[in-house]
Design a binder for this molecule. Structure first.
Ligand code: GLU
Length: 268
C-alpha cells in the first residue's frame, strides 16, 4: 500500500521520515519510494528510487539529506509503470513545488491537456504530476499563496487523494489535503508530523488530528494549524488522543509476537 509521511519542526526530518516509511512498510505492496527535504540554505533536495525504502536510503545518503522540513512517500503505481521517474515526490514545472500523493486523479487527462495548452510539459506518466502542475498554474496565474492555490485547484479535481506539498523559498510550511484517502496530523512539541495512518506518528506523540474529506490543512512552523474546507470555510481542529502504544504497534495489532510471526508466515 502506498504511504505518506511528513515532518516540520526543529529536528532533522530525514531520520524521522525514513523511520516513518519503514513503519508503513508493514502494509507491503509498494513499488518505489522517495523523499524531498528543504535544507537550511533553502535548497529543495529530492531523491527517489524504484524498489524498497532500503534502496532509497542507499541512494539518498550519498547526498545532502539535511533539513528540518520534508515529505516522503511509498508508491503503488496506478498511472505509469513503477520506475524512478514515476516515483513520488513530483516537481512542478518551475521546480518550486513538490508533491506526494496517495490515490487517483480521475480527470487527469483533461487537466493535463489544458495545462499543455498553457505550455506545461510533463516528465512522468502519473496523474500526480498533473495535480502539482495545476496547483502551480493556479498559484502563478492568480499570484496567491500555496494553500489558496491548493484550495482552488482541488475544486477542479475529480478523484481520491491524500496529498502533501512543500515549496522552495517557504521552508516553514507544508500544505496537505485529503479526499477518500486517509491523512493524520501528529502534534508534538514545536513540531508536526503527518502520515497516511498513525503508525509513523505514535512514537513521537499521541496527540493527533484526523483530517476530514475535502479539508486542506496548512501546517506552519511554530504556529497553530489552519484547517479549511475546499469551499474555504475555516474549521476548528479537533485534537484526539491515540490509544495505541508503541509495543502494540510493533506487534502489528497481534496480542503476542508469536501470533504475529505465525500469521505473517502464512502470508508468504
Ligand atoms: N496515482 C498515483 C501514481 O500512480 C499515486 C499512486 C499511489 O497511491 O501510490 O503515481
Amino acid at each position: 500500500m502506498c504511504g505518506i509521511v511528513g515532518y516540520i519542526g526543529n529536528k532533522q526530518a530525514y531520520p524521522i521520515l525514513i523511520k516513518g516509511l519503514q513503519r508503513l512498510e508493514y502494509r507491503g505492496g509498494y513499488d518505489s519510494a522517495g523523499i524531498a527535504l528543504i535544507n537550511d540554505n533553502d535548497n529543495l533536495n529530492l531523491y527517489k528510487s524504484k524498489g524498497k525504502v532500503a534502496d532509497l536510503i542507499h541512494f539518498a545518503e550519498k547526498n545532502d539529506v539535511s533539513g528540518t522540513i520534508g515529505i516522503a512517500h511509498t508508491r503503488w503505481a496506478t498511472h505509469g509503470e513503477p520506475n524512478q521517474v514515476n516515483a513520488h515526490p513530483h516537481y512542478s514545472q518551475s521546480e518550486e513545488l513538490v508533491i506526494i500523493h496517495n490515490g487517483i486523479i480521475e480527470n487527469y487527462a483533461v487537466l493535463k491537456k489544458g495545462l499543455q495548452k498553457h505550455g506545461y510539459t510533463f516528465q512522468s506518466e502519473t496523474d500526480t504530476e498533473v495535480l502539482v502542475q495545476l496547483i502551480e498554474f493556479v498559484k502563478k496565474s492568480n499570484n496567491i499563496s500555496l494553500s489558496e492555490a491548493v484550495q482552488l485547484a482541488l475544486n477542479e479535481v475529480v478523484g481520491a487523494y491524500a496529498i502533501a506539498i512543500i515549496e522552495k523559498g517557504n521552508p516553514n510550511c507544508i500544505v496537505a489535503a485529503r479526499k477518500g484517502s486517509p491523512l493524520v496530523i501528529g502534534i508534538g512539541e514545536n513540531e508536526y508530523f503527518l502520515a497516511s495512518d498513525a503508525t509513523p506518528i505514535i512514537e513521537h506523540t499521541n496527540k493527533v488530528i484526523y483530517i476530514d474529506d475535502e479539508d486542506i490543512v496548512t501546517i506552519e512552523r511554530d504556529k497553530n494549524l489552519i484547517i479549511k474546507t475546499i469551499a474555504n470555510v475555516e474549521k476548528t481542529p479537533e485534537i484526539k488522543k491515540l490509544e495505541m502504544t508503541i509495543s502494540q504497534l510493533e506487534k502489528n495489532g497481534y496480542p503476542h509476537f508469536m501470533l504475529k510471526e505465525i500469521f505473517e508466515q502464512q502470508d508468504h
